[in-house]
Design a protein around this ligand. Structure first.
Ligand code: GDP
Ligand code: MG
Length: 263
């Protein structure tokens, strides 16, 4: 929480999940639109008072993933890892959970307290889609709220959950399991990152991104002291296993598997 007691919330989600509708429901006219420094990606912030608390919402660009391959995805994840919001509110289109949970899987790796807004729950109901909220909460470690953005249903419950999760300061604690081979490699890199003792980002996320050869994360890590060994190790691991597995595909598969298991 910021020193002035304001709770800062990153609003994340796929394009067309109803994120802007939710943002408008929550913040009304109290919005400010600008650009992220140096890029033409729109930065929208808005605030509201709820239950005696000041909440600042940052509407992230809508994305399907969090790679370094698109500017929108880079901006979205950098807001989370650099600006350090207190909570991620991940808006999901409940009628399209498989695709929407693929992003959720990646947001979980950023180790922030998380609330999931199952939006478009009216559409999901009309389509006869059933999901197990209890199982979903267990598997994601997030607090889950049903919402209908178009009719402003569930907004109060979403704000209640957000304030409560922010107060707990507890990250969801869930991580995607990438299988024995990769988990072993991730653990080796996390150990080296711990030894370096300088990197201030979530270490497991960094390890995964180093294995994915994420240019932005490699650059980030190089800016910290004592990180030559871990950069070299990641490169060596990629060389060592490149004939066994296509790392990009494997990471995608496990995230997708997680998404399918969750609902
Ligand atoms: P964004 O791309 O995530 O910002 O999505 P928008 O907020 O622009 O919403 C996309 C469309 O979905 C708009 O036509 C909204 O009116 C509609 N919409 C948003 N939330 C809901 C909802 O819960 N149910 C239904 N049926 N439509 C919604
Ligand atoms: Mg939008």
């Amino acid at each position: 929480m910021a020193e002035n007691g304001q709770i800062r919330i990153a609003l994340a989600g796929n394009p067309n999940c109803g994120k802007t509708t939710m943002f408008n429901n929550i913040t009304g006219a109290k919005q400010h639109v600008g650009n992220y420094p140096g890029v033409t990606v729109e930065k929208k912030e808005g605030h509201t008072n709820f239950d005696g608390q000041e909440l600042l919402f940052i509407d992230l660009p809508g994305t399907y993933s969090l790679t370094a391959r698109s500017l929108d995805e880079l901006v979205a994840r950098n807001v989370i890892v650099n600006d350090n919001p207190d909570v991620i509110v991940n808006v999901l289109d409940a009628s399209n959970l498989e695709r929407n949970l693929y992003l959720a899987a990646q947001l979980l790796e950023l180790e922030k307290p998380m609330v999931i807004a199952l939006n478009m729950s009216d559409v999901a109901e009309d389509m006869g889609i059933k999901y197990d909220l209890k199982k979903m909460a267990e598997m994601t470690g997030a607090t889950i709220v049903n919402t209908v953005g178009r009719t402003n249903i569930g907004t109060k419950e979403l704000l209640e959950a957000t304030v409560s999760v922010a107060a707990s300061k507890k990250a969801s604690g869930v991580t995607i399991n990438y299988g024995d081979l990769l988990e072993g490699k991730i653990a080796e890199l996390v150990d080296l990152l711990k030894e370096a003792g300088t990197v201030t980002y979530p270490l497991r996320w960094i390890a995964v991104k180093l294995l994915e050869k994420d240019a932005d994360v490699i650059g980030k890590v190089m800016r910290f002291d004592n990180t030559e060994a871990v950069i070299q190790k990641a490169e060596a691991i990629r060389e060592e296993i490149k004939n066994q597995v296509d790392l990009d595909v494997v990471f995608q598969e496990y995230r997708h598997r997680f998404a399918v298991e969750v609902y």
